[in-house]
Design a protein. Sequence first.
Length: 323
Amino acid sequence: MAKKALITGITGQDGAYLSEFLLSKGYDVYGLARRSSTADVNLTRLKWLGIEKDVQIVDGNLLDLSGLIRSMQEIAPDEVYNLAAQSFVASSWQQPILTGQVTGLGVSNMLEALRIAKPDAHYYQASSSEMYGLVQQPVQSETTPFYPRSPYAVAKLYGHWITVNYRESFNMHASSGILFNHESPLRGIEFVTRKVTDGVARIKLGLEKELRLGNINAKRDWGHAKDYVQAMWLMLQQDIPDDYVVSTGRTTTVREMCEVAFNHVGLNIDDHLVIDPAFFRPAEVDILLGDPSKAKEKLGWSATITMEEMIKEMVEADLKRLS
Ligand code: NDP
Ligand code: GDP
């Protein structure tokens, strides 16, 4: 019998790549998606990977506990990946309550539904390096104290600790992946890497002249989503549930990442980049740099795609999309 996986956030970047990966492993993949009047648009990422017909979409919302319980009862998944969230840091100051409800309390809904309907399922929680925020150590590991700097990060911290708490209280197989930024051609357009690769492609094609960004001195530890979804799966294959940092172990400034994109198409960054105060945040996470040693040691996982390779792939994908 094929194993059954339920993915929340299946319409997002990670949901698409995780679906592709689990299908390749022979899983029956179910995805929770919120109903939308533009359902066809919702499936864009799954269509990009050519797998929209291979997954089974279930109508649901992280805010609706009764629907989650029913879905768990009907599907009886072996593995549950909770990827759904209001995931954009900048929007979390604009929609702080919703972010708390979905990204924070939504995790409680998921864990309660599991506890009631399928307590033996293995559970993955999408925690985030944003929880480190104002970093307390130069290199962040599983033991580094957290200091969240946005409503998003505060909500993720709740999701993280409630996952730990359910593991310890109810002996559930609940693991949390503290994933550092990961990107791909399927990344949302509002995130800085995709905004840059889309912007550079537009400038190259003569559709735009400038690219407007905020704080280009911020540093991030950027990896590829395709690599990172494999770490999620590996966590759920372990005998003992645990928390893992998933990162490349290398950090780069936003400006350096931009230079890779501009250089790739033979353009000079300084001819096009404009700093716009509109994109600065009320509180910034200046630097993130993760220590992936535990994931390497216990899961046998390490990143295989460099930031440079990924940014070039994203620029090429955006050129193709726009041409
Ligand atoms: P995306 O923003 O691409 O996807 C988010 C998903 O959540 C979408 O499918 C969205 O559905 C869904 N969603 C939002 N609100 C609800 C809701 N109320 N009920 C059900 N579904 C909902 O995120 P990513 O794929 O990039 O990230 C996956 C997870 O990993 C997120 O939790 C994110 O916060 C976390 N994470 C991501 C990192 C990254 O660098 N990518 C780093 C660390 C953590 P819809 O299509 O309808 O909007
Ligand atoms: P985050 O780390 O989850 O917030 O991912 P983002 O891709 O949204 O942002 C990464 C970093 O890029 C942050 O430090 C932002 O302040 C910085 N940044 C600079 N300019 C921009 C911009 O125009 N858009 C976004 N999204 N981020 C920007």
